[in-house]
Each structure stands twice: as structure tokens, then as C-alpha cells.
Design a protein around this ligand. Structure first.
Ligand code: PEP
Ligand code: MN
Length: 264
């Protein structure tokens, strides 16, 4: 398999806007759950910029459980991400849900996110594999590690080698957290693949009180980066309002993780 260490022993490093994901330095992918307005995204980018962070996430096409919930701003959302990212010199990571959105989206974004619900959308995997744009592939809601690796293989097999794996929690019987963070998936994926692995602490826990300990655990166990959601005013967010950090919480989070990383 193209994902395997047998095929390629050295680590794959994915460059996004000057940041090498997978080079041993932890990277932080930060931003709101959904793009809601230019002002909202700009505020988050300004806050990230103060901390030297330049990997901006935000959903323009949102895979919502209910069709009556906010579905995202679509192309207008991508335009917002693109103009804010130019202003702050950031790379944009955003979810694309179907192949027909892809071509137009590529004009605005730096990393295509394939969401958990689309991990086995094989036509989407093939289509993103035919681009040269980096892909952040999220683990499916109930996907085994084997299925996750094979989803990555679909992208690699089409010729795109810039794949980042994202552990985002899986469905179990446990209800204390939104999903169950499968922390051991990180070293398993690092051993069995050459691809960078990041951990989405927001969607795996759904709990702001668990973001610091899970991010520490992820970095301690070998993750190449962390994804987390930040919103200027989470109380009025149009999606995931309970789990997004406000700016004070975000700065506290980054302080804690930087102190931890420096000690390690
Ligand atoms: C997201 O990152 O915006 C998201 C919807 O996550 P997931 O696909 O992991 O549920
Ligand atoms: Mn979200």
C-alpha cells in the first residue's frame, strides 16, 4: 500500500503556507466551526496572528445532522476565508462535501478537508486525489483504522501524496464525550503509515474542559498537530456553540500547550 512504511520509510511532510506539517514541530489548525461573516473570521485570524499561528480552518459547506440547521455560506464563505487569509498570510483549510464543489473551491483554499461523514465517499476521495492540493482526511464516525488507511489510499492512488490524517474521535457507547478520542490511533497510524497525523480535540471531546488534557496527550503520543475550534462569541455561533473556545479560553489553551511542549 502507498500509505505504508514499507512503501516509504521516511515521514511525509505536507507544506501548507510555509508550515511543514509532519516535521516534528506541532502545528495548530484553528478557526471557527462555520464561517458566518467576514468580521467573524477576521477577528479569529487576528487573534491567531498574535500567537504566530497561520493555519486557518472554517467550514463553508457544513455537514449538519439536520437539514434545517445552518448549512454554511458556501462559495461566499470560501471567499471570506480566502480574503482574510491573504490579509494575514495564512493557509486555509476547509471542508468540501462533494465533487461538484471542488473545482471552484480550489481557487480559494490551501487544504481540502474531507469530513468524517465523507471518509468513504470514494468518488470524492478519487477527485481530491487527482488534485495537487493537500488533503486533510478525517476519520469516519465509525471507521476502523484499517478503513481509515484505505480511504487515504484512494487519494494516494490517484497521485496526490499530500495527505494529512485527522483523528477526530469515534462512536462508542460512551456518552460523557461527544465522541471517544481514540488516542492510540495516533501511534498506530504513525507506525503503519508515513503520513502526518493531527488530532481534532474539539470534535473528539465536544467539551471545552477536555481540550487541554487531550491536546497534551495527543502531542505526547506523537501527533503532528492539533485542530481546535475558536469563535469570537461562541454563545451566538450558528453551529457547535457549546464546544468552541472564546479568545480568553483560546489564549489559555495555547499558553498551556506551549508550556507543555517546551518542557517535553
Ligand atoms: C469539522 O471539522 O468542521 C467537522 C464537521 O468535523 P467532522 O467531519 O470530524 O465531524
Ligand atoms: Mn464544528
Amino acid at each position: 500500500f502507498l500509505f505504508s512504511r514499507d512503501y516509504k520509510s521516511e515521514d511525509t511532510i505536507v507544506n501548507v503556507n510555509g508550515q511543514n506539517i509532519g516535521d516534528g514541530i506541532p502545528r495548530f489548525i484553528i478557526g471557527p466551526c462555520a464561517v458566518e461573516s467576514f468580521e467573524q473570521v477576521q477577528k479569529v485570524a487576528a487573534e491567531m496572528s498574535k500567537r504566530g499561528l497561520n493555519l486557518l480552518r472554517g467550514g463553508a459547506f457544513k455537514p449538519r445532522t439536520s437539514p434545517y440547521d445552518f448549512q454554511g455560506l458556501g462559495i461566499d464563505g470560501l471567499k471570506i476565508l480566502s480574503s482574510v487569509s491573504k490579509e494575514y498570510d495564512m493557509g486555509v483549510i476547509t471542508e468540501i462535501m462533494s465533487t461538484d464543489q471542488l473545482e471552484e473551491a480550489l481557487e480559494y483554499i490551501d487544504v481540502i478537508q474531507v469530513g468524517a461523514r465523507n471518509m468513504q465517499n470514494f468518488s470524492l476521495l478519487k477527485a481530491v486525489g487527482q488534485t495537487n492540493t493537500p488533503v486533510l482526511l478525517k476519520r469516519g464516525l465509525s471507521a476502523t483504522i484499517e478503513e481509515f488507511k484505505l480511504a487515504a489510499e484512494y487519494i494516494l492512488a490517484e497521485g496526490n501524496t499530500n495527505v494529512i490524517l485527522c483523528e477526530r474521535g469515534i462512536r462508542t457507547y460512551e456518552t460523557a464525550t461527544r465522541n471517544t478520542l481514540d488516542i492510540s490511533a495516533v501511534p498506530i497510524l504513525k507506525q503503519e503509515t508515513h503520513l502526518p497525523v493531527v488530532v481534532d480535540v474539539t470534535h473528539s471531546t465536544g467539551r471545552k474542559d477536555l481540550l487541554i488534557p487531550t491536546a497534551k496527550a495527543a502531542l505526547a503520543i506523537g501527533a503532528d498537530g492539533i485542530m481546535a475550534e475558536v469563535h469570537p462569541n461562541p454563545a451566538i455561533a450558528l453551529s457547535d456553540s457549546k464546544q468552541q473556545m472564546n479568545f480568553d479560553e483560546f489564549n489559555h489553551f495555547m499558553d498551556a500547550i506551549e508550556t507543555f511542549s517546551n518542557k517535553a
